[in-house]
Design a protein around this ligand. Structure first.
Ligand SMILES: Cc1cc2nc3c(=O)[nH]c(=O)nc-3n(C[C@H](O)[C@H](O)[C@H](O)COP(=O)(O)OP(=O)(O)OC[C@H]3O[C@@H](n4cnc5c(N)ncnc54)[C@H](O)[C@@H]3O)c2cc1C
Length: 466
């Protein structure tokens, strides 16, 4: 091992190499405070060639590596396990090239999402991926988890926003796929191997991001609704009334909405806290006044159809931010309700009501005091569920079986956008067939024969001969 350490130190120099007491807890603590194992080394390369040399040496030595971006992932994917060393992309954070005419941007994988968003906006373009962790998460992490976030309803997930990817394989081979073309049917589209594979197939080092015209107008409203049927009917209504300018449709159950005011202690309730459901509707178009008029008309129609009980439309950018804050504080809400069991599932929208009625019944049978606190990107079928009250940590397997068993029965996904990591791997078969999992393992074994890249994430570690 010390021979490998010497080799790595030689590749990286003092700034790129942390060991012993120089390794702070942030390299093995995740976004919700969960501790991994303290790694023996943290490697901080500055470019693709250094990543390649690191992986070549680690492959030779059979040394397992955990790749880290902003460590905001929520499924225990980026915090090291015993015996793993960390490869952090934190110094590979440059915006390398901006092509305004071609509407794309080439960045190093450690670039922070918010920096990318702001850089695009300065050129009158937008990179539309957006999530609460925007100030810390990285493009490499977004790609590896196929992050979703707030604007999927209009622009799709990260997978839809990437034109090209450069990645380093487990043995150090550099795959330069930094293509900039929208249309490119020249065999397998290899970039998709690295999107959503949670760092198990390669280390994303650079990417070409797809940019869009910056919307010149925005309107945001918050509606109070009487029942879940009205929520799904409002989604249908706003899709039709606002057309392609509909950019977000976020739902909050009443108890989530109320809990946000324990975090945002200075904030006023934009809409009274007495409706069972709240929905944030956002549209983005070409002009603030026109967008507001279209929103007024859409909500007017919703009132007439008896879909909403109350609504406000933000009158300024600061009011828009205040409404969005209700969604952005979701992690603080979850932490404030601890101890909790948290889930990120997606379901066909038509199945949601029966799913929740049955979940309530199933949980009540064993945990009569349980509470369900729900919010999420309902426009994409994605709901975040917090379950708390009267449950111990040891109840987790039972609660997981309840939630994931029912998710599978309702043709849902046990991970809508956060991924599988270590946290959900025991339940992968609830959403993927045995044949799909076998093919995934075959790919993993082919691309990472020694099982050194994020071993054990997504499925149990196994080095099988293909
Ligand atoms: C407040 C908050 C809000 C959030 N909201 C959302 C949301 O709305 N939608 C959503 O999808 N997620 C959300 N997340 C989860 C998280 O932000 C995303 O998963 C994000 O994409 C992770 O990026 P990261 O850079 O922090 O990755 P990390 O946490 O560092 O890593 C995540 C995974 O990707 C791997 N990885 C990281 N970088 C690379 C790389 N360069 N090459 C290969 N593998 C790599 C890691 O090994 C790990 O398996 C939220 C998290 C927080 C804390």
């Amino acid at each position: 091992m010390s021979e490998l350490f010497d080799t790595l130190q030689g590749i990286l120099g003092p700034k790129g190499f942390l060991a012993g007491d120089d390794i702070g807890a942030r390299y093995y603590t995740d976004a919700v405070g969960l501790l991994g194992a303290k790694p023996a080394l943290v490697l901080r390369p500055i470019d693709t060639f250094e990543v390649s040399k690191i992986m070549s040496a680690c492959h030779e030595a059979g040394q397992p590596v955990t790749t880290q971006g902003g460590i905001t992932g929520l499924v225990q994917g980026a915090i090291p396990e015993e015996g793993e060393i960390v490869l952090s992309l934190e110094r590979m954070n440059k915006i390398e090239e901006f092509d305004a005419l071609g509407a794309n941007m080439t960045v190093q994988a450690g670039a922070i999402l918010q920096t990318v968003q702001e850089t695009a906006e300065q050129q009158d373009l937008t990179f539309p991926l957006d999530l609460g962790a925007r100030g810390s998460c990285t493009i490499g992490g977004n790609i590896s988890t196929n992050a979703g976030g707030n604007r999927v309803i209009r622009y799709g997930m990260t997978r839809d926003l990437i034109l090209g990817i450069e990645a380093v394989l487990a043995d150090g081979t550099i795959i330069n796929g930094l293509h900039k073309l929208v249309k490119n049917n020249t065999g397998y589209d290899l970039k998709h191997l690295f999107v959503g594979s949670e760092g198990t197939l390669g280390i994303v080092t650079r990417a070409v991001l797809k940019l869009f015209p910056l919307p010149k107008g925005r309107s945001v409203s918050l509606c109070g609704l009487k029942d879940f049927k009205s929520v799904t009917a409002l989604l249908h209504h706003t899709k039709s009334a606002l057309g392609p300018s509909l950019s977000a449709f976020e739902v909050m159950w009443q108890n989530y909405y109320e809990a946000t005011f324990n975090i945002l202690t200075e904030a006023q309730h934009p809409v009274e806290a007495r409706y069972p459901f709240y929905v944030l509707v956002e549209s983005m178009g070409t002009d603030n006044d026109k967008d507001r008029e279209a929103m007024e008309e859409a909500l007017g129609g919703a009132f007439e159809a008896n879909l909403i009980e109350d609504a406000i439309i933000a009158k300024s950018e600061s009011e828009i931010e205040k409404i969005w804050e209700l969604r952005d504080v979701s992690l603080d809400v979850a932490i404030s309700l601890s101890p909790i069991h948290a889930y990120d599932i997606s379901l066909p929208i038509g199945e949601m009501e029966s799913f929740f009625s049955q979940l309530d019944v199933d949980l009540a049978a064993q945990w009569p005091k349980h509470k369900l606190v729900v919010f999420g990107h309902l426009g994409d079928g994605n709901l975040h569920i917090i379950i708390n009250d009267g449950m111990a940590e040891s109840d987790k397997p039972g609660i997981n079986n309840c939630v994931y068993g029912l998710t599978g029965k309702h043709q849902g996904s046990i991970s809508a956008e956060h991924g599988i990591g270590l946290q959900k791997r025991a339940y992968l078969s609830k959403s993927r067939s045995a044949e799909e999992i076998t093919l995934m393992k075959l790919l993993k074994n082919t691309m990472d024969r020694k099982n050194i890249l994020n071993p054990g994430r997504i499925f149990e570690s196994s080095v099988e001969s293909p």
